[in-house]
Design a protein around this ligand. Structure first.
Ligand code: FE2
Length: 437
């Protein structure tokens, strides 16, 4: 057994981990869930005459979704304002603007509740805003050193309900918010139990307006979470921390996360073609939302690894969409390099993706996972065929990307089920340049 990964859980007893725990917002899932937003806010203890803020973007206002959400909040007797300035892949400056809006409207106290509505960017803007207003100061106080001050968030603030309109990022349940630091060309996260939302409300009727490209991209991110979580190290391969609070956020797979992974892989791969080709298919949209939720429960608890580690430098250098980057890198990393770590497990992934593995040996069945995943991506017709097609990446740029991966992503690389050196990362990037002609 290899305990090197436990560097993320110091101090620890010299004994294997024996405990896992799950923290989750309250969930309401299904058609019409949005009509229960008022009830959800009351259940979270929001006062009758409280004034809240919906954090969203201009597109969701134009589509009428912000009004629909506001109507449901107001019908329950609450007063609500709308902030529609969230930006894609939000920079620290763009979220500071939302925080300033809150302080100008209501002073340091802020609103009595918050609702995040939109894709991962809107949800992260809402999560960060609530946390920073509640704890005072500015965002950089809470971003990890050396970019920020690394201060802990001690107060979770007033209730926050997240309403995703894409099926993919998992931000609605995660304890992390991702912000880009423009002058440094990097992304930073604030990771804290006090960033996690109090409730998430998943209603497929809010996702039918999502265009095919975005549907495909976010689905690939969700599928990545599900498969990476399913194939990462087991929780008891870590050492048990002396203080449970020191247990790492990505604590390894458990029987609980594996159940969610299996269901997520089947739901996402079984419905994404329908959701991309007919956005109004509410059954497919509902299945995608659930698949993304399950994928997030699995992947964001058990942990992402090599593929997500490689995706961050690519995103930082080329400003690609996260989901597309995951789509392009998954075949060579998760479903390529990592297969040797546990072929039997990957043979199961192949089956869950819909491959017929009958009569095949374990390794041949395991390798079908990659083929089946590529077939799915090609069928969708809206995804790039490799790193080159994604962002014009050439062979010459790979060394730099690999160096950035090993220099900045040890947190994720440590979780990889197969040890990775820089030379391995170079090979995987090369393998990801062209996934198909
Ligand atoms: Fe992701």
């Amino acid at each position: 057994m290899n305990y090197e990964r436990s560097v993320s859980a110091i101090p620890h007893e010299l004994a294997p981990e024996t405990v896992w725990n799950v923290e989750m917002p309250e969930l309401r899932v299904g058609r019409g869930a949005i009509e229960e937003l008022g009830a959800q806010l009351s259940a979270l203890g929001v006062d009758e005459d409280a004034r809240g803020l919906i954090v969203t973007d201009g597109t969701l206002v134009d589509l009428g979704h912000a009004d629909r959400v506001a109507d449901n909040v107001e019908a329950a007797g609450f007063v609500v304002d709308v902030y529609d300035g969230s930006e894609r892949e939000p920079s620290i400056e763009s979220v500071e603007r939302c925080i300033s809006f809150v302080r100008e409207e209501l002073g340091e106290e802020g609103y009595g509740f918050y609702v995040g509505l939109g894709g991962g960017s809107c949800l992260d803007t809402a999560k960060t805003t609530r946390a920073v207003v509640a704890n005072g100061g500015e965002i950089l106080d809470y971003v990890a050193e050396p970019t920020g001050e690394g201060e802990p968030l001690t107060d979770s603030g007033p209730p926050l309900v997240l309403v995703p309109t894409t099926a993919g990022t998992g931000s609605e349940i995660s304890p992390v918010t991702i912000l880009s630091v423009e002058e440094k060309n990097v992304k930073e996260g604030i990771s804290s139990a006090n960033v996690r939302a109090d409730a998430a409300l998943l209603d497929p009727t809010l996702t039918t307006t999502l265009p095919p490209e975005l549907t495909a991209r976010t689905a690939m991110d969700a599928l990545g979470h599900a498969i990476e979580g399913y194939t990462t190290h087991a929780y008891d391969e870590l050492l048990r921390p002396e203080d449970p609070a020191d247990r790492p956020v990505y604590a390894g797979r458990t029987g609980f996360t594996e159940m969610f992974s299996e269901r997520a892989i089947a739901l996402l791969s079984g419905n994404v073609r329908k959701a991309v080709n007919n956005g109004d298919d509410l059954d497919a949209r509902g299945a995608m939302l659930k698949g993304a939720l399950y994928g997030a429960i699995a992947g964001l608890t058990a942990g992402a690894n090599l593929c997500h580690a490689m995706a961050y430098p690519v995103g930082n250098n080329y400003h690609t969409y996260h989901g597309e980057t995951i789509a392009v890198l998954t075949p060579a990393s998760t479903l390529g390099y990592n297969v040797a770590s546990d072929p039997e497990r990957y043979a199961r992934v192949a089956e869950l993706l819909g491959a017929n593995t009958e009569g095949l040996g374990t390794r041949a069945a395991a390798d079908l996972a990659r083929e089946e995943f590529l077939r799915l991506q090609r069928d969708l017709n809206v995804l790039p065929s490799g790193l080159h097609d994604l962002a014009g990446v050439t062979e010459d740029e790979i060394d730099r990307l690999a160096r950035q991966t090993v220099d900045t992503q040890q947190r994720l690389l440590r979780c990889n089920p197969r040890p990775v050196t820089k030379a391995d990362v170079v090979d995987v990037f090369e393998d990801a340049l062209y996934n198909w002609e």
